[in-house]
Ligand binder design. Structure first.
Ligand code: OXT
Ligand code: ADP
Ligand code: MG
Length: 578
């Protein structure tokens, strides 16, 4: 063992040799693999790494808090199918970034959290190093893979492993631990160059078996009331044309999960988004494409799914996902692009339309629900209710279908999801699998940087508070982000009272807060909007100008409901004192 360790130590470079060091090798490894942006927070031991990466042409976006940088990296991964990179300092910075790493893993987004760390010899003997922490051990259960690099000549392999682990198979978060001493290690430049690895075919196609394709199509053909559900895995796959062709050729109604909205337009005649409960309850064969039967789909059973017998086809890259909640009659394991291409090919020239009574029933339910909602968008109530304000934003997005919508909150999330139609793939980014608050500003920043598009962030006032300091980052990098805060004075509602004392209720905030002033503090545009007209003018101006803007949309504090549309998950004590 001791001998092997000695052999791994970089050879002492001879005088006059061209030299490189850990800093340069990390940067070269990233550049070689096409990483264009690093999201992070500088500090010991990675300050110089950030500076040098910037000097070497990598865009380094400095945040105010690592969690937001991490969320930025996570969504960059979703948008680009390349791992988003987040760079943090040791222990506390690493821990701040860890929530986002776990979030990336949970949501199947490729991301690498690269963190500086303290010296192994001291950490392992627990002798109290600066920011001492066994980061690798802590990260391991929260990500897909975790690696540490101790020697400069292993940097190339370390990054190659991290990149491949993040994007191959089911994508996810990877941790890469770089102890401080690594950066200063010097080695021969030529040997260093040779040690770098350009990852070939990082996410290889995974072709489905032909009998599995046949089984899936036989089941689909036998359906009386078929349904296709598209999830964010389908959006991630970037097989947009093939997915549209498959849906249209099958003629089957499709239900987009939240971040799959826009994969086909919400206005598509087959879209069943506005008939959600009907299609879940009454369908008999359900084709899941890049979506899990987790809590968001009521685990594929129970009241939501109704009495009718159900059979599932599931298209997913992760074999272990099959039968995770209910029996999957036709598992189709492979990458979505390959699976959908194989389905299309096997469908041949003509495919029977689904029964007209089913398609008609879904259509009628959809039109009913749409007609019911339409008048609410015309509300001119002051203070605004959610629908009056959302009516404005719905039109803004309709007129700018390529803008990216970031959305978080409870009512501000759930009502916006239904109200705002999406028209293009990967334009709706939201709280995801965990329903996590705090993704807002990190997502908005990365969306602007990765796509160059205008970003509209629709935020509950509570949700915004989790990442609000990043408005400074948005101003500093002059990003075309328009934030609309649905300010209802609190979490769910601003009307709660504490019956037992002078402290405010746990769910309410300072009444009449002016979040727009926060934006003004950093040179951005702040607007206080109290009517739908004022809101419309301000959002249109922001989306036209691209100037960082924050609009404080004043919403009736009584308008929301507890936990938005997932109040059923919120336990309430029957014994509590009124
Ligand atoms: O078919 P039916 O009849 O059922 O009708 C459905 C559709 O068919 C129809 N529909 C339409 N009709 C007409 N036209 C159109 N276009 C249309 N589209 C759809 O509408 C209904 C509903 O459709 P939907 O929405 O698709 O269906 P449904 O039943 O809601 O779907 C179920 C779900 C589960 C898939 C869906 O609800 C969903 O995706 N939910 C996600 C919910 C979620 O993740 N919420 C966030 C977490 S809540 C809570 O935890 C909060 N916290 C705690 C906290 C968190 N989360 N994180 C951290 C780090 N710390 C703490 C906090 C602090 S929320 C929160 C802050 C809240 O306060 P804010 O101030 O931010 O926000 P406000 O509430 O605004 O104050
Ligand atoms: P949603 O929340 O929209 O329902 P989920 O995050 O639950 O979506 O599910 C996404 C699924 O997509 C995961 O099971 C993941 O394994 C799968 N997935 C992601 N990328 C691909 C891909 N390229 N090919 C096949 N499956 C994929
Ligand atoms: Mg609120």
């Amino acid at each position: 063992m001791a001998e092997a360790a000695v052999a791994k130590t970089p050879a002492e470079p001879k005088a006059e040799q061209e030299l490189t060091d850990g800093f340069h090798l990390v940067i070269e490894a990233l550049k070689l693999n096409g990483v264009k942006t690093i999201y992070g927070v500088p500090g010991i031991p990675v300050t110089d790494l950030g500076r040098m990466a910037q000097a070497a042409g990598i865009r380094v976006i400095s945040f105010r808090h690592e969690q937001n940088a991490g969320y930025a990296a996570a969504i960059a991964g979703f948008l680009t199918r390349k791992p988003g990179v987040c760079l943090t300092v040791s222990a506390p910075g690493f821990l701040n970034g860890l929530t986002a790493l776990a979030h990336a893993t949970t949501n199947c987004f490729p991301m690498i959290l690269v963190s500086g760390s303290s010296e192994r010899e001291i950490v392992d003997l627990q002798q109290g190093d600066y920011e001492e922490m066994d980061q690798l051990a802590i990260a391991k259960p929260l990500c897909k893979a975790a690696f540490r690099v101790l020697h400069a000549q292993d940097i190339g392999i370390g990054f190659a492993r991290a990149i491949r682990a993040a994007v191959s198979g089911r994508p996810g978060g990877v941790y890469l631990d770089l102890p401080a001493k690594l950066f200063g290690q010097v080695m021969n430049a030529e040997a260093g160059r040779k040690s770098l690895v350009k990852v070939i075919d990082a996410a290889p196609a995974q072709i489905p078996a032909s009998d599995a394709v046949k089984r899936a199509l036989d089941l689909l053909k036998s359906a009386r009331r078929p349904l296709i559900i598209l999830g964010k895995g389908a959006a991630y796959a970037q097989a947009d044309d093939a997915i549209r062709d498959f849906v249209e050729k099958s003629g089957v109604p499709f239900l987009p999960m939240s971040m799959a909205k826009g994969l086909l337009p919400d206005t598509h005649p087959q879209c069943a988004g506005a008939a959600r409960s009907t299609v879940l309850k009454d369908s008999d064969v359900v084709v899941l494409i890049g979506t899990r039967l987790n809590w968001l789909l009521s685990h594929g059973k129970g009241k939501t799914w109704g009495e009718a017998a159900k059979k599932f086809v599931q298209v997913d890259i992760e074999p272990k996902e099959m039968d995770s909640n209910v029996e999957i009659a036709a598992p189709l394991v492979g990458d979505i692009a390959s699976c959908v291409a194989a389905l299309l090919a096997a469908m041949g020239g003509k495919w029977p339309s689904p029964p007209a009574d089913w398609v008609g029933a879904v259509s009628r339910k959809r039109e009913d629900n749409i007609a019911k909602m339409a008048p609410r968008f015309m509300s001119n109530a002051v203070p605004m209710d959610y629908y009056g304000a959302l009516g404005v934003l719905r039109s803004v997005v309709k007129e700018r279908p390529d803008a990216i919508l970031v959305n978080e909150g409870a009512n501000a999330l759930d009502l916006a999801r239904g109200a705002i139609d999406m028209y293009q793939p990967r334009k709706r980014l939201d709280v995801g699998t965990w329903g996590v608050m705090g993704i807002g500003m990190g997502y908005a920043i990365a969306a602007a940087i990765e796509t160059g598009k205008r970003v509209l962030a629709v935020e509950g006032d509570s949700a915004f508070g989790f990442s609000g300091m990043e408005v400074e980052t948005i101003c500093r990098y002059r990003l075309p982000v328009c934030i609309v805060i649905f300010n209802n004075d609190g979490i769910y509602r601003g009307t709660d009272a504490n019956p037992a004392g002078t402290d405010p209720a746990t769910t309410v905030f300072v009444k009449g807060s002016r979040y727009d002033k926060m934006m003004e503090a950093f040179g951005g545009v702040g607007v206080n909007a109290t009517t739908p007209d004022e809101l419309k003018r301000a959002v249109n101006e922001a989306m036209d100008s691209g100037k960082p803007t924050l609009i404080n949309a004043v919403i009736d504090p009584a308008a929301g409901s507890e936990s938005g549309r997932i109040g059923n998950l919120n336990p309430q004590s029957v014994l509590k004192k009124k």
